[in-house]
Design a protein around this ligand. Structure first.
Ligand SMILES: [Zn+2]
Length: 86
């Protein structure tokens, strides 16, 4: 096997389908952050396991969150945003 499961040994599943209570909202950057790399990139669906329907919504919510300065575009920005939240 060329690709070993590096950090998630459990089976992949859509987190938003599995947990209906989990809000998919730009107002929850704490959740959105799980789907974004430390450099601010949206993590691909094949890695997170999010279903097509939710991934589509996720991208729009992440982009919305960025505009509201709740999420960061780049790493440089990250420190500033974190200061604002905490
Ligand atoms: Zn889903």
């Amino acid at each position: 096997m060329a690709f070993k499961k590096r950090f998630t040994p459990r089976k992949k599943f859509c987190r938003f389908c599995a947990n209906k209570e989990l809000p998919l909202d730009y107002k929850r950057p704490d959740i959105l952050r799980d789907f974004v790399t430390e450099r601010g990139k949206i993590i691909a669906r094949r890695i997170t396991g999010t279903c097509a329907k939710h991934q589509r919504r996720l991208t729009t919510e992440i982009k919305r969150a960025r505009q509201m300065a709740l999420l960061y575009y780049t790493t440089v920005h990250a420190t500033e945003v974190r200061k604002k939240i905490s």
